[in-house]
Design a protein around this ligand. Structure first.
Ligand code: NAD
Length: 253
Protein backbone atom coordinates (compact mmCIF):
# COMPACT_ATOMS: atom_id res chain seq x y z
CA UNK A 1 0.00 0.00 0.00
CA UNK A 2 2.66 2.49 -0.94
CA UNK A 3 3.43 4.75 -3.87
CA UNK A 4 -0.19 5.41 -4.68
CA UNK A 5 -1.20 8.64 -6.41
CA UNK A 6 -3.47 10.60 -4.07
CA UNK A 7 -5.36 13.85 -4.73
CA UNK A 8 -6.48 15.71 -1.59
CA UNK A 9 -8.62 18.82 -2.11
CA UNK A 10 -8.21 21.72 0.31
CA UNK A 11 -4.90 20.34 1.55
CA UNK A 12 -3.04 23.56 2.35
CA UNK A 13 -4.35 23.52 5.94
CA UNK A 14 -6.67 21.90 8.46
CA UNK A 15 -8.02 18.39 7.94
CA UNK A 16 -6.80 18.28 4.33
CA UNK A 17 -3.25 18.96 5.41
CA UNK A 18 -3.42 16.18 8.03
CA UNK A 19 -4.81 13.83 5.37
CA UNK A 20 -1.94 14.68 3.01
CA UNK A 21 0.53 14.01 5.83
CA UNK A 22 -1.05 10.62 6.60
CA UNK A 23 -0.77 9.43 2.99
CA UNK A 24 2.76 10.77 2.57
CA UNK A 25 3.81 9.05 5.80
CA UNK A 26 2.72 5.69 4.37
CA UNK A 27 4.77 6.19 1.20
CA UNK A 28 2.15 7.64 -1.16
CA UNK A 29 2.59 10.62 -3.49
CA UNK A 30 0.14 13.45 -2.88
CA UNK A 31 -1.31 16.21 -5.06
CA UNK A 32 -1.98 19.04 -2.63
CA UNK A 33 -4.91 21.03 -3.97
CA UNK A 34 -5.58 24.63 -2.92
CA UNK A 35 -7.64 27.56 -4.18
CA UNK A 36 -5.73 30.70 -3.23
CA UNK A 37 -3.04 29.56 -0.79
CA UNK A 38 -0.08 28.82 -3.05
CA UNK A 39 2.53 29.59 -0.38
CA UNK A 40 0.85 27.45 2.28
CA UNK A 41 0.35 24.58 -0.19
CA UNK A 42 4.00 24.76 -1.23
CA UNK A 43 5.03 24.71 2.43
CA UNK A 44 2.94 21.57 3.01
CA UNK A 45 4.51 19.95 -0.05
CA UNK A 46 8.03 20.77 1.12
CA UNK A 47 7.38 19.39 4.62
CA UNK A 48 5.76 16.10 3.60
CA UNK A 49 7.89 13.00 4.06
CA UNK A 50 8.87 11.17 0.88
CA UNK A 51 9.15 12.52 -2.65
CA UNK A 52 7.00 13.19 -5.70
CA UNK A 53 4.36 15.40 -4.05
CA UNK A 54 2.90 18.19 -6.18
CA UNK A 55 0.70 21.27 -5.79
CA UNK A 56 -2.38 21.90 -7.92
CA UNK A 57 -4.85 24.77 -7.90
CA UNK A 58 -8.54 25.37 -8.66
CA UNK A 59 -11.62 27.10 -7.36
CA UNK A 60 -13.94 24.14 -6.95
CA UNK A 61 -16.88 26.36 -7.88
CA UNK A 62 -15.43 26.60 -11.41
CA UNK A 63 -16.10 23.35 -13.34
CA UNK A 64 -13.52 24.09 -16.07
CA UNK A 65 -10.81 24.82 -13.51
CA UNK A 66 -11.72 21.60 -11.68
CA UNK A 67 -11.26 19.51 -14.80
CA UNK A 68 -7.89 21.09 -15.60
CA UNK A 69 -6.78 20.63 -11.98
CA UNK A 70 -7.69 16.94 -11.76
CA UNK A 71 -6.13 16.14 -15.14
CA UNK A 72 -2.99 18.03 -14.13
CA UNK A 73 -2.77 16.10 -10.86
CA UNK A 74 -3.12 12.81 -12.75
CA UNK A 75 -0.50 13.91 -15.28
CA UNK A 76 1.99 14.93 -12.59
CA UNK A 77 1.43 11.81 -10.45
CA UNK A 78 1.12 9.32 -13.33
CA UNK A 79 -2.59 8.57 -12.78
CA UNK A 80 -4.84 8.64 -9.74
CA UNK A 81 -5.49 5.91 -7.18
CA UNK A 82 -7.15 7.88 -4.39
CA UNK A 83 -9.31 11.01 -4.25
CA UNK A 84 -10.13 12.73 -0.96
CA UNK A 85 -12.91 15.28 -1.38
CA UNK A 86 -12.00 17.37 1.65
CA UNK A 87 -12.31 21.03 0.57
CA UNK A 88 -15.42 22.70 1.87
CA UNK A 89 -16.85 25.93 3.15
CA UNK A 90 -19.25 26.66 5.99
CA UNK A 91 -20.11 30.03 4.49
CA UNK A 92 -19.41 33.23 6.35
CA UNK A 93 -20.09 32.65 10.05
CA UNK A 94 -20.64 36.39 10.49
CA UNK A 95 -23.24 36.35 7.73
CA UNK A 96 -25.58 33.49 8.66
CA UNK A 97 -28.60 32.77 6.56
CA UNK A 98 -31.42 31.32 8.57
CA UNK A 99 -34.79 31.42 6.78
CA UNK A 100 -35.88 34.36 8.92
CA UNK A 101 -33.13 36.93 9.39
CA UNK A 102 -31.55 36.79 5.96
CA UNK A 103 -32.78 38.60 2.88
CA UNK A 104 -33.74 36.55 -0.17
CA UNK A 105 -30.56 37.82 -1.88
CA UNK A 106 -28.40 36.76 1.10
CA UNK A 107 -30.08 33.39 1.11
CA UNK A 108 -29.37 32.83 -2.58
CA UNK A 109 -25.75 34.03 -2.28
CA UNK A 110 -24.96 31.67 0.60
CA UNK A 111 -26.84 28.81 -1.00
CA UNK A 112 -24.85 29.16 -4.23
CA UNK A 113 -21.51 29.65 -2.49
CA UNK A 114 -21.85 26.65 -0.21
CA UNK A 115 -23.54 24.21 -2.60
CA UNK A 116 -21.25 25.06 -5.53
CA UNK A 117 -18.19 24.11 -3.49
CA UNK A 118 -19.32 21.40 -1.08
CA UNK A 119 -21.61 19.43 -3.37
CA UNK A 120 -21.37 20.45 -7.02
CA UNK A 121 -17.62 21.02 -6.69
CA UNK A 122 -17.03 17.67 -5.00
CA UNK A 123 -19.24 15.98 -7.60
CA UNK A 124 -17.27 17.56 -10.43
CA UNK A 125 -13.92 16.59 -8.91
CA UNK A 126 -15.26 13.07 -8.50
CA UNK A 127 -16.42 12.82 -12.14
CA UNK A 128 -13.01 13.97 -13.37
CA UNK A 129 -11.05 11.70 -10.99
CA UNK A 130 -13.21 8.66 -11.78
CA UNK A 131 -12.16 8.91 -15.45
CA UNK A 132 -8.58 8.27 -14.31
CA UNK A 133 -9.60 5.36 -12.05
CA UNK A 134 -11.84 3.56 -14.53
CA UNK A 135 -9.20 1.11 -15.73
CA UNK A 136 -7.14 0.78 -12.54
CA UNK A 137 -9.70 0.98 -9.72
CA UNK A 138 -9.33 3.29 -6.76
CA UNK A 139 -10.67 4.82 -3.59
CA UNK A 140 -12.76 7.94 -3.04
CA UNK A 141 -13.28 9.34 0.46
CA UNK A 142 -15.60 12.28 1.08
CA UNK A 143 -15.33 14.58 4.09
CA UNK A 144 -18.89 15.31 5.16
CA UNK A 145 -20.10 16.57 8.54
CA UNK A 146 -22.39 15.65 11.37
CA UNK A 147 -24.40 18.65 10.14
CA UNK A 148 -25.64 16.25 7.47
CA UNK A 149 -27.47 14.24 10.18
CA UNK A 150 -28.18 16.85 12.83
CA UNK A 151 -28.91 19.89 10.66
CA UNK A 152 -27.34 23.36 10.69
CA UNK A 153 -30.08 25.83 11.67
CA UNK A 154 -27.88 28.90 11.09
CA UNK A 155 -26.43 27.67 7.78
CA UNK A 156 -29.02 25.37 6.21
CA UNK A 157 -27.07 25.24 2.95
CA UNK A 158 -24.12 23.66 4.79
CA UNK A 159 -26.25 20.87 6.25
CA UNK A 160 -27.95 20.33 2.89
CA UNK A 161 -24.64 20.25 1.04
CA UNK A 162 -23.18 17.64 3.37
CA UNK A 163 -26.34 15.50 3.31
CA UNK A 164 -26.06 15.65 -0.48
CA UNK A 165 -22.43 14.59 -0.25
CA UNK A 166 -23.45 11.57 1.85
CA UNK A 167 -25.98 10.57 -0.80
CA UNK A 168 -23.45 11.13 -3.59
CA UNK A 169 -21.04 8.79 -1.82
CA UNK A 170 -23.67 6.09 -1.35
CA UNK A 171 -24.84 6.35 -4.96
CA UNK A 172 -21.32 6.14 -6.34
CA UNK A 173 -20.35 3.28 -4.02
CA UNK A 174 -22.84 1.19 -5.97
CA UNK A 175 -22.20 2.69 -9.40
CA UNK A 176 -18.40 2.43 -9.22
CA UNK A 177 -18.01 -0.95 -7.47
CA UNK A 178 -17.88 -2.84 -10.82
CA UNK A 179 -14.80 -0.76 -11.64
CA UNK A 180 -13.01 -1.64 -8.42
CA UNK A 181 -13.60 1.84 -7.02
CA UNK A 182 -14.75 2.03 -3.38
CA UNK A 183 -16.40 5.21 -2.07
CA UNK A 184 -16.76 6.05 1.62
CA UNK A 185 -17.53 9.07 3.75
CA UNK A 186 -16.45 10.47 7.12
CA UNK A 187 -18.80 12.75 9.04
CA UNK A 188 -16.94 14.58 11.83
CA UNK A 189 -18.35 16.95 14.41
CA UNK A 190 -16.18 19.85 15.59
CA UNK A 191 -12.53 19.57 14.59
CA UNK A 192 -9.87 22.06 15.75
CA UNK A 193 -9.18 23.91 12.47
CA UNK A 194 -9.44 27.45 11.13
CA UNK A 195 -13.02 26.70 10.05
CA UNK A 196 -14.26 26.68 13.64
CA UNK A 197 -11.42 28.45 15.49
CA UNK A 198 -13.61 31.47 16.23
CA UNK A 199 -16.09 29.26 18.08
CA UNK A 200 -13.81 27.36 20.41
CA UNK A 201 -13.10 30.12 22.93
CA UNK A 202 -15.13 31.26 25.95
CA UNK A 203 -18.36 29.72 27.19
CA UNK A 204 -19.47 28.76 23.69
CA UNK A 205 -16.27 26.76 23.22
CA UNK A 206 -16.69 25.04 26.57
CA UNK A 207 -20.23 24.03 25.59
CA UNK A 208 -18.97 22.66 22.28
CA UNK A 209 -16.27 20.60 24.02
CA UNK A 210 -18.77 19.35 26.59
CA UNK A 211 -20.83 17.74 23.80
CA UNK A 212 -18.33 14.88 23.97
CA UNK A 213 -17.69 12.91 27.16
CA UNK A 214 -13.99 13.37 26.28
CA UNK A 215 -14.61 17.10 26.82
CA UNK A 216 -12.73 18.21 23.73
CA UNK A 217 -13.10 18.55 19.97
CA UNK A 218 -11.39 16.30 17.42
CA UNK A 219 -7.83 16.77 16.20
CA UNK A 220 -7.37 16.86 12.41
CA UNK A 221 -5.08 13.81 12.67
CA UNK A 222 -7.94 11.74 14.08
CA UNK A 223 -10.08 12.46 11.02
CA UNK A 224 -7.11 11.87 8.71
CA UNK A 225 -6.49 8.42 10.23
CA UNK A 226 -10.03 7.32 9.35
CA UNK A 227 -9.75 8.75 5.84
CA UNK A 228 -6.45 6.94 5.36
CA UNK A 229 -7.93 3.62 6.45
CA UNK A 230 -11.04 4.04 4.26
CA UNK A 231 -8.69 4.50 1.29
CA UNK A 232 -6.73 1.32 2.06
CA UNK A 233 -6.99 -1.92 0.04
CA UNK A 234 -8.64 -3.72 2.99
CA UNK A 235 -11.40 -1.10 3.19
CA UNK A 236 -13.20 -2.11 0.00
CA UNK A 237 -15.85 -3.69 2.22
CA UNK A 238 -16.39 -0.31 3.89
CA UNK A 239 -17.57 1.15 0.59
CA UNK A 240 -20.87 2.99 0.98
CA UNK A 241 -20.42 3.62 4.70
CA UNK A 242 -20.61 6.97 6.44
CA UNK A 243 -18.28 6.94 9.42
CA UNK A 244 -19.64 9.01 12.28
CA UNK A 245 -16.57 10.51 14.02
CA UNK A 246 -17.98 12.36 16.99
CA UNK A 247 -16.25 11.28 20.20
CA UNK A 248 -19.41 9.62 21.57
CA UNK A 249 -21.16 12.99 21.50
CA UNK A 250 -24.64 11.76 20.64
CA UNK A 251 -24.67 9.08 23.27
CA UNK A 252 -25.08 11.18 26.36
CA UNK A 253 -27.11 14.08 24.95
P1 NAD B 1 -10.50 24.70 6.60
O1 NAD B 1 -11.33 25.93 6.40
O2 NAD B 1 -9.21 24.81 7.28
O3 NAD B 1 -10.28 23.94 5.21
C1 NAD B 1 -11.18 24.02 4.14
C2 NAD B 1 -10.37 24.03 2.87
O4 NAD B 1 -11.28 24.04 1.74
C3 NAD B 1 -9.50 25.29 2.77
O5 NAD B 1 -8.21 24.92 2.35
C4 NAD B 1 -10.21 26.13 1.70
O6 NAD B 1 -9.35 26.93 0.95
C5 NAD B 1 -10.80 25.02 0.82
N1 NAD B 1 -11.91 25.55 0.02
C6 NAD B 1 -13.04 26.16 0.46
N2 NAD B 1 -13.78 26.56 -0.59
C7 NAD B 1 -13.09 26.22 -1.72
C8 NAD B 1 -13.33 26.37 -3.11
N3 NAD B 1 -14.41 26.99 -3.60
N4 NAD B 1 -12.41 25.89 -3.97
C9 NAD B 1 -11.30 25.27 -3.51
N5 NAD B 1 -11.01 25.09 -2.21
C10 NAD B 1 -11.91 25.57 -1.32
O7 NAD B 1 -11.47 23.73 7.40
P2 NAD B 1 -11.39 22.17 7.75
O8 NAD B 1 -12.03 22.03 9.05
O9 NAD B 1 -10.02 21.63 7.53
O10 NAD B 1 -12.40 21.58 6.66
C11 NAD B 1 -12.11 20.46 5.83
C12 NAD B 1 -13.43 19.74 5.57
O11 NAD B 1 -13.93 19.21 6.79
C13 NAD B 1 -14.54 20.62 4.99
O12 NAD B 1 -15.24 19.93 3.97
C14 NAD B 1 -15.45 20.83 6.19
O13 NAD B 1 -16.79 21.09 5.80
C15 NAD B 1 -15.29 19.51 6.90
N6 NAD B 1 -15.67 19.53 8.31
C16 NAD B 1 -15.01 20.34 9.20
C17 NAD B 1 -15.40 20.35 10.53
C18 NAD B 1 -14.72 21.20 11.58
O14 NAD B 1 -15.25 21.32 12.69
N7 NAD B 1 -13.58 21.79 11.29
C19 NAD B 1 -16.44 19.51 10.95
C20 NAD B 1 -17.08 18.70 10.03
C21 NAD B 1 -16.67 18.70 8.71
Amino acid sequence: MTDRAVLVTGASRGIGRAVAEAFAASGDRVAIHHRDSADAAEQVRAQLPGAGHVVVRADLADPDAVRLMVDRAAELLGGLDVLVNNAGTYGDRDDPHPIFGASYEQWQRRWRQVLETNLTGAGNVTWCAAQHMRERGGRIVNVSSRGAFRGEPQQPAYGASKAGLNALGQSLAVALAPYGIAVATVAPGFVATDMVAGHLGGEGGAAIRAQSPFDRVARPEEIAAAVHWLASPLAEWASGTIVDLNGASYLRS
